[in-house]
Design a protein around this ligand. Sequence first.
Ligand code: SF4
Ligand code: SF4
Length: 663
Amino acid sequence: MAKKSTVKSNWPKYLLQWGVLALLVFFLSGLASLIFTKMAAPDPEKYCPFGGLEAFGTYLANNSLPCSMTSMQIVMGIVLAAVVVLLGKLFCGYLCPVGTVEDLLKKLRQAVGFKAFNINSNSVLDKALRIIKYILLFVAFYMTMTASELFCKNFDPYYATATGFKGEITLWMSIVTVAIVLILGLFVDRFWCKYICPLGAVSNSLKFWVWLVVLVALWWVLGLLGIHIAWIWLLGAMCLVGYLLEILCGKPKTQLIGVVIDNNKCTGACRLCQKNCPYNIDVPTFEGKVNSVDCTLCGECVASCPVKALSIGVKPGVESKCSKFTKLLPATLTVVSVIIAFLLGGKFEVPTIDENWGIEPGMKLETLKVEGLKSVKCFSSSKAFKAKMEKVPGVHGVKTFVGSHTVVVTYDANATDAEKIEAQMFVPSKFRVNSLEPNAYDSLKCVTIRTEKMFDKLDLNYLGMQMRLTEKKIFGLESMYDCPLIVKVYMAPDEELNEAWFKNIVEKKTLEMPVHGGGVKMIDLGFKFIRMEKGCSFVSTQDYLRMMFDSFAAEYRKNVDADAPQWWYEIVDHNYEKPIVRRGMPFLSNHLSSHDGVLGTYLTLNEDLEPCIRIRYTAPMTDDELFRLMTMPKWTIKYSDDDIREVDAKMSFETPGHSILVN
Ligand code: SF4
Ligand code: SF4
């Protein structure tokens, strides 16, 4: 019998699948930012349920969240799990973009008449291949829970494609998985989903959730009895049991709804249901209910059955009385579950880290909450913040919420107070608003303003960018801690800016930051202007330029002849003002320091106020040898006595410098 198209009769599935795919292409390809020019850059992992489940597992095991995961992804993951337990793999059938691509590839194959190479579901090969996704599931969870970095990003074909292969991926893994999706998916129905996808493994094991609950309960009871088994064994056991149930049983029994088959109507002759099924499930072989572990309730079989032997329903063996309504049920429940996840995900926030130390009886514990710390944005930056707070006397705990860039610090009020902690949190900084030619002015005017809610080191940059957009003759900002905060504004001597102007600029609610390639990124701000100090001061342009320059200096203790001549090897380049050069200096210093005769490495302004890199050296080092070392494609970096590595050079030098006698 000829195959008929199911697009019209199964439109809810196509609407959701193609709608999600179209939205992802629209937002992630940059098309959306051409239309909504003030839109923030989209985050491809913002609603990832698998990332959410990994984050949830990490939270249970370590009381912390990996990467920049927030409660939104966790809720997405938990809702997905609940939906699988109660209803089925609706995410796989209706939302997952990888699944949609696999379904489109099947349609393409059928349209061009390629032969399918589906693997018999009872074959040894099918059963052997199904273990791959459980191994990947175990590895992804284990790596994420131990390293607090989302491991699945290394190989996720969706993430690699969504980031244009530029995200936190491992290139070869991503190329392999994208090739699996596109090439194997063209010939084998849902190859990726059946055999490789770790979220497919989670979903399939959750269809046998009773056994997983038994395992967790057993582990918990053993713990109560004093037999503590590491979580990694529980994780391994869950993966193994999930795999065994999938290949040995394969027919979960606890789902509330499913595809119901009237075996009196179906003769099993046409097999249109199987041909249209994305998983090539042999539908007519089931009795009453099509409870295959692979089934996603996509409804393709129902839509393609010419004798209406199939329907979506609750009770096996009974034809649904309202099949027109029930066929909409899976798509409707998919939409409802996504809405619930959205609403719940925005309602609360799980801390990325929640750590306490040194708390003793008798302490008067209080908390200080600081919002808007934009540099606290992931697990690593949370840990860095905690490391900083650990050194502050009287502080005994830190919680971070990366979604809202908020920190809560627990301290002993007998030992310190909120103001002292705020002072320790604050990072004084400088920001160059506009470039300044050394001979443009003899001196610059310095006006002091007082602000609040600018604790993060990025905040001064944002205020500076805001000022840059006004095209006033403002050259630099400098912040220092006080209450309220001190911000010094350096400007041309003839620039006249009053208090109202500063208040307006400081209290702007958003920054429209221009981004590379056109467009703007919207950044929410919440600074408060307090006052402008009376009067102003003047600083020489030379002093200002030296003060603003982010210099670097490293000197090496070496036994050298004090009377031997020493030299500066100097390379001048105006690009040396850029932060990327400053970040490369510790590597250059490390690379050169082990060579005889090299005494120091510097990034500074020379006597003509030009940015330059200087190497101080003496014999036996020579300027030619220094240039050769600096231009090597690999630098030798000594991390410790036992850890010396060859790394790619962090800077490139095209023109040799010149030597100047020091003594
Ligand atoms: S098994 Fe994986 S790739 Fe396939 S539809 Fe489900 S989540 Fe998507
Ligand atoms: S059996 Fe039917 S509902 Fe289940 S996956 Fe196949 S086509 Fe979709």
